[in-house]
Design a protein around this ligand. Structure first.
Ligand code: HAM
Length: 428
């Protein structure tokens, strides 16, 4: 046999089994985004390398170590996008979407980072993200965060926690940076290699160190939150007030700095402890300077992105799975004549319910085998036609995912009966 070629490390195939949950979850997120006024934008997967270096920051992990960069046939430096914000902002400037207008944009698709693959961390992963461009008010920050909270409600996920912090204005950060460098320099001998390098290139990133040996140094470091200038303080207090008014619980994490350099004021992350080490499901923040830095008109903005692999894993790990899983109805006939009747009933039900997921098991075999196959196909309900049902004009209905006794339904009533089931089951 010829040698098989495997997928690239850290880049996964998504098989029908996984897509069964992926698509309906996406549909629910998109429905919320659209109701909140966001419209879809698609930007290329490949951009000029300079775009990411200038936006994410030259001294970040992503740009220093994780980009898939290459020269094309003409020697132009290109990169597979490691995130979506840079490309969306580039496109908004290029197509002049920003002059005076507020733009609310969402996007979804693959992103690429050359990280060490592990559970929840991949080299190709998928994000759904949103960017609100042209909004300055702290209420817009609260609105964005509240929208992400709606996702969890919609998916019946209650094991996520909101962490927030402020990075203040560039001026506040600049004077804080000097304080932090003084403090870290005094402890230089105890810093790990990465942090020593960062001390002068990007000292705030030292606070984000995951090295346990750095914990006590980071914990005792001066905190930006204690050194805010009045505009930073005003924005921060207004955000907290708005979240409190919404009754949205949060945890202030003064060491939350995020792995990208474009942020100011609000930063936030939704985390869970159900996914092990890679517990950040959704993350974002305000980036008021970015549009201008990329040559566009001064435009305040805020956004977030959610890791879809992590979100799906969280849905699977939580008890909400049954509630979000799609209702599938599989028709079974016990012999050729029964199967023919089942087939006709299926077509009739499809005519009445074009949005319902109805399929037929055509391979035959004994009842146990057919039920097993229906179960594997994700059926929650099986509509069965056997010899008896064929004779008396009924079907037997079995419930595979509920503790409910089998029912007998007249064939002529079946489309209406299914409608009542689909309504109460609220299919996704
Ligand atoms: P980020 O924190 O780099 O932010 O990524 C957002 C989310 O993408 C993470 O919270 C995580 O769920 C997921 N993610 C990141 N890397 C991986 C990976 N290697 N494997 C699996 N999932 C991953 C951004 O990308 C910003 N663009 C967010 C943003 C939008 N800020 C403002 N607007």
């Amino acid at each position: 046999m010829a040698e098989q070629i495997q997928a690239v490390r850290g880049m996964a195939d998504r098989l029908p089994d996984q897509n069964r949950l992926w698509r309906p979850v996406m549909a629910r997120l998109v429905a919320i985004l659209e109701l909140c006024g966001f419209e879809e934008i698609d930007v290329p997967i490949i951009e000029k390398t300079g775009l990411f270096a200038r936006t994410i920051g030259a001294a970040t992990d992503i740009v220093e170590k994780e980009m898939y960069s290459f020269a094309d046939r003409h020697g132009e430096g290109l990169t597979l996008r490691p995130e979506g914000t840079a490309g969306v902002v580039r496109a908004a400037i290029q197509h002049r979407l920003l002059h005076g207008a507020v733009q609310r944009l969402w996007y979804a698709g693959p992103m690429f980072r050359y990280e060490r693959p592990q559970k929840g961390r991949y080299r190709q992963f998928h994000q759904i993200g949103a960017e609100a461009l042209g909004v300055a008010d702290p209420l817009a920050d609260a609105d964005m965060i509240a929208m992400t909270a709606r996702f969890w409600n919609e998916l019946h996920l209650d094991d996520v926690t909101l962490e927030i912090n402020t990075l203040g204005t560039p001026a506040a950060r600049q004077s804080y940076r000097a304080l932090l460098v003084d403090y870290l320099s005094a402890h230089e001998a105890s810093l790990d290699e990465d942090s020593r390098r960062r001390l002068h290139t990007n000292p705030l990133r030292v606070l984000d160190s995951k090295n346990p040996a750095m914990t006590s140094i980071v914990a005792a470091a001066p905190r930006l939150i204690d050194h805010l200038d009045p505009p930073s303080q005003d924005h921060w207090q207004a955000l907290l007030g708005a979240l409190d008014a919404l009754g949205l619980p949060y945890r202030i994490n003064p060491h939350l700095v995020r792995g990208l350099d474009y942020y100011c004021h609000t930063v936030f992350e939704w985390t869970t402890d159900r996914l092990g080490a890679q517990g950040t499901v959704c993350a974002g923040g305000r980036y008021d300077g970015l549009v201008h830095e990329l040559g566009g008109p001064a435009t305040p903005a805020i956004g977030f992105a959610m890791g879809l692999e992590r979100l799906i894993a969280l849905c699977e790990a939580s008890t909400s799975l049954d509630r979000v899983a799609r209702e599938r109805i599989v028709f079974i006939g016990m012999d050729d004549a029964c199967r023919e009747r089942a087939f006709a009933l299926l077509q009739g039900c499809r005519d009445r319910h074009p949005a319902a997921a109805l399929l037929i098991e055509t391979r035959g075999g004994n009842l146990g085998k057919q039920l097993q196959r229906a179960d594997k196909a994700g059926a929650s309900i099986v509509v069965l036609v056997g010899e008896t049902e064929l004779q008396d004009g009924t079907v037997a209905v079995k419930f595979l995912r509920a503790d409910r006794p089998q029912e007998s339904v007249n064939q002529s009533d079946l489309p209406d009966w299914l409608l009542s089931q689909l309504v109460t089951a609220k299919p996704l």
